[in-house]
Design a protein around this ligand. Structure first.
Ligand code: ADP
Length: 397
């Protein structure tokens, strides 16, 4: 069976068609600027040249229709008929306390996703638009929702409560949820598999370091703590997000710069993190590395501050886990950036962490990068959220 994996944003749609038997990607692609002038579909069929289709797409229905047309196209298609797609798996950002695992989509599930939009106003409505567009274009094909928050629902209360009046949890569900759950689940399971061990016997810290970044502590195969909170703003310093800070800063900067809380929130989400700290160099670590090589002091500070916080989180998760057996680096930065892995493992030397100088340089492939006598096994485990979504979708059928 083929499973179509959809990750829908407000003006974009990413997709992968996965063959469930081989787990290979048959085609993948991206639609950008949906509903905005300049709509474009970039379709990458396996083993064939990529195709770029520029045509107006006024809404997600049209975008999904064009994706399907590309998948069954005589020249650049990868299947001969739409009926070969047995299921669609949708990434849904917020499942609140309602969803602790993936579910098949029903009218009731859609209503729940809509209600949870209050907690993820930028994401859940877009995810829902994608679901509706697929239902319309592929009637009768089972659709599944795979929630970013679900894996973290096993966190104990002491890990997810904020130190604020309890009534805000009761009235508005203000608590920590965590995100990137599909990745933390996949990477922790894969790390155990690579080591030939049962995940239930390991205490694993997963460092998902991409544009967004989060860390999780996985014990007995379950998440016991994670760094993102009510929203994906909490925790690590990220590409453009501040991560943890003194909440009084909101008011202070607002007053000094004459900005509303909403405006400061936007600065914390879009203009902070590595981009902000580096004085505007970039949110991309490749640019930061180049700037450091050219002697840019702010870029150097940005990288150091980033790594210091990652290391502090890892060490704190020794408390959450009662010790650490495995640290796994994943996502764009975790898989590729030597300097980050080097600085973080150096900070952790006091715990007996020893990285292998050569293996630290590995990029983008599964590897153990610690020495045999390291107290903790340090690994690179590339994430594969699409495959994890396809697997979970299939498991629901
Ligand atoms: P997203 O959260 O958007 O899925 P990714 O996991 O793709 O993000 O990570 C994107 C980030 O990873 C980029 O901003 C860049 O900083 C970093 N990155 C990607 N590839 C490399 C590379 N080859 N070398 C260094 N950094 C990289």
């Amino acid at each position: 069976m083929k499973v179509l994996v959809i990750n829908c944003g407000s003006s974009s749609l990413k997709y992968q068609l996965i063959d469930s038997e081989t787990e290979g990607v048959l085609a993948k692609g991206l639609v950008e600027r949906i509903g905005i002038p300049g709509s474009v579909l970039t379709h990458r069929p396996e083993g064939k040249d990529k195709v770029v289709i520029e045509t107006p797409m006024e809404d997600h229905n049209i975008a999904v229709k064009l994706v399907i047309d590309a998948l069954v196209d005589k020249e650049h298609g990868v299947i001969s008929d739409l009926s070969e797609i047995g299921a669609v798996g949708h990434r849904v950002v917020h499942g609140g306390e309602k969803f602790n695992k993936a579910v098949l989509i029903t009218e009731a599930v859609k209503k729940d996703i809509e209600e949870l939009s209050a907690l993820a106003p930028l994401h859940n409505p877009a995810n829902l638009i994608g679901i509706n567009a697929c239902e319309k274009n592929m009637p009768g094909v089972p659709q599944a929702a795979i929630f970013d928050t679900a894996f973290h629902q096993t966190m104990p209360k002491r890990a997810y409560m904020y130190g604020i009046p309890y009534e805000y949890y009761e009235k508005y569900k203000v608590r920590r949820y965590g995100f990137h759950g599909t990745s933390h689940d996949y990477v922790s399971a894969r790390a155990a598999e690579i080591l030939g061990k049962d995940r239930k016997d390991l205490r694993i810290v997963v460092c998902h370091l991409g544009n967004g970044a989060s860390i999780s502590a996985v014990k007995n195969g379950e998440c016991v703590d994670t760094s993102m909170g009510l929203t994906p703003l909490e925790g690590l310093i990220m590409g453009t997000r501040s991560g943890d800070l003194d909440p009084a800063i909101l008011d202070y900067i607002g007053e000094k710069e004459n900005l509303s809380a909403k405006e400061v929130n936007t600065i914390l989400n879009k203009k902070s993190g590595i981009l902000g700290l580096s004085g505007g160099v970039s949110s991309d670590f490749r640019d930061i590395e180049a700037a450091i090589a050219a002697g840019n002091e702010k870029a150097k500070t940005a990288l150091e501050t980033y790594c210091y916080r990652v290391a502090k989180y890892i060490a704190s998760y020794a408390v959450a886990l009662g010790g650490i057996d495995v640290i796994a680096f994943t996502a764009g930065v975790g898989e590729n950036t030597y300097d980050v892995r080097k600085q973080v493992t150096d900070y952790l030397a006091f715990m007996g962490v020893k990285a292998d100088a050569e293996k630290l340089k590995i990029r983008g492939e599964e590897a153990v990068i610690s020495t045999p006598d390291s107290s903790i096994t340090v690994m690179i485990v590339p994430t594969n959220e699409e495959l994890a979504i396809a697997r979970q979708t299939l498991a629901l059928l």
